[in-house]
Write a protein that binds this ligand. Structure first.
Ligand code: EPZ
Length: 416
């Protein structure tokens, strides 16, 4: 199994062209089956999760052709309305393929995606919304059977601003005549990207980025070429890397506003930050002061997907930091790995209490999930000596060859 070998202590200098956003591209792929016209999505990152979503679309009968960073999807001849257990378990977020299947095929048999590394990942909010749209749903033997032949528009109030559920409802409603409203919708930037994509295809969607989204469905979709937004979590990961290692980098193609909750904390404690329209300049202050409180929240609050990475920074910041993980119930699995590297961290329920040390020590550790794995890489960049990170397939789910970018910036890191 591949692993990363890191010798810590190097400062980082240079430029990074930030990859396309995994969590924008996945719903855009799902949206592409709403139409029998050809769709081209640009700025697609080369990731395991994206390839797994392509496999799901191909299993339905769509053609998916990769051409560098561009992917052509043509769902003019869908043959199946079933997502197998084997495919669903590979990509937990496959659940938002359900919405466009209901919209286009009016039926679906989808294996229950089940939990993953960071939590149970239930889909009750998704199914409750579809039942309110008159979709007949039977859950049996690990599968979800849906009959959407009489699906209707409606007013959906989400009990929690679920990102996936918001996207799923948008995708189903895009084909239904009439107005569907989503209240207490998630406000993540990836949802704005999906709105822009659906609008480019011919649907009328507005309000994405606010808690109130309106969708006027259509049965006439156009062929579209669309460039996905930059990955704000990859952007934040590299910003934290500068804080941990020292140095100065320019992050190109990204918007600071998408991670303002992180940048404001880094600016107060460890970095000088200049934001431009589509790039961010991050320079280390060469002093890392602990961030007293960090609480993960739905956007625009502090993102749960940067919780592990900011914890690696707090592990080597002066003072005590308390991180509360409000979104997922099992997202502290990187803590025991950081402790192996000398971090001083205590877990009390949903709270991690971190007492910063000057530097970590290199050790052999294992990635437990995508963002926790990225946090171990960041810790290794700071640590004295050599760190070996095992099970890096977790990291490859969301970061394009993370070691190449870091090496280009001056890190001593290699994949073996
Ligand atoms: C999306 O997951 C992202 N994935 C996650 O990124 C991200 O962490 C999450 O949003 C929160 O921002 C993609 O976009 C592909 P949710 P999603 O529905 O849609 C509970 C990464 O590292 N919930 O907002 O699954 C759920 O258990 C990944 O890139 C229900 O209870 O997130 C969780 O506690 C990890 N019932 C909370 O809501 C439901 O029906 C947030 O889930 C749905 C969700």
């Amino acid at each position: 199994m591949a692993k990363l070998v890191i010798n810590g202590g190097n400062r980082l200098y240079g430029c990074v062209d930030v990859q396309g956003a995994k969590n924008a591209v996945l719903p855009l792929f799902a949206a592409s089956i709403l139409t029998n016209e050809k769709v081209t999505i640009k700025n697609v990152p080369d990731l395991i999760d994206v390839e797994n979503m392509a496999k799901i679309l191909r299993s339905l009968g769509a053609s998916v052709v990769k051409n560098g960073k561009n992917v052509e999807i043509h769902a003019d001849n869908l043959k199946s309305s079933e997502i197998s257990h084997a495919l669903a378990k590979e990509l937990r977020s496959s659940i938002f393929i359900l919405g466009p299947m209901l919209g286009r095929l009016k039926q679906a048999k989808v294996a229950y995606p089940g939990g993953c590394d960071i939590g149970l990942r239930p889909i009750d909010i998704h199914l409750k919304a579809f039942r309110e749209m008159n979709v007949k749903i039977v859950e049996r033997s690990g599968y979800i059977y849906c009959d959407a032949s009489n699906m209707i528009s409606g007013d959906i109030m989400l009990d929690y601003p679920s990102v996936g559920a918001t996207e799923n409802i948008m995708l189903a409603a895009a084909t239904i005549k009439g107005k569907t409203t989503i209240m207490n919708a998630a406000r993540e930037p990836e949802i704005v990207d999906l709105q822009n994509f659906l609008a480019a295809m011919g649907a009328s969607v507005k309000g994405a980025g606010t808690p109130f989204i309106e969708i006027e469905g259509t049965d006439k979709f156009k062929s579209v070429e669309y460039t996905a937004m930059a990955d704000r979590i990859v952007t934040g990961t590299f910003a934290i890397a500068v804080a941990i290692c020292g140095g100065e980098i320019m992050l190109n193609g990204c918007k600071g506003e998408h991670i303002q909750s992180l940048l404001s904390k880094l600016a107060k404690t460890s970095c000088n930050i200049k934001q431009y329209d589509d790039k961010i300049e991050i320079a280390s202050k060469n002093h890392r002061e602990a961030i007293e409180y960090i609480e993960t929240q739905p956007y625009p609050g502090f993102p749960t997907d940067l919780q592990a990475q900011i914890m690696a920074l707090q592990a080597v910041s002066e003072g005590v930091s308390i991180i509360t993980e409000n979104i997922f119930e099992n997202r502290f699995k990187h803590v025991c790995e950081l402790i192996k590297m000398g971090a001083a961290i205590r877990i009390k329920g949903r709270n991690a209490i971190i007492k910063g040390v000057d530097r970590l020590s290199g050790a052999e550790v294992s990635a437990q999930d995508l963002r926790g794995g990225a946090a171990l890489v960041l810790a290794g960049l700071n640590a004295i000596g050599t760190t070996i990170v095992n099970d890096i397939y977790h990291i490859d789910r969301g970061y394009e060859r993370i070691e190449d970018l870091l090496k280009k910036l001056g890190a001593d890191i290699r994949r073996i």
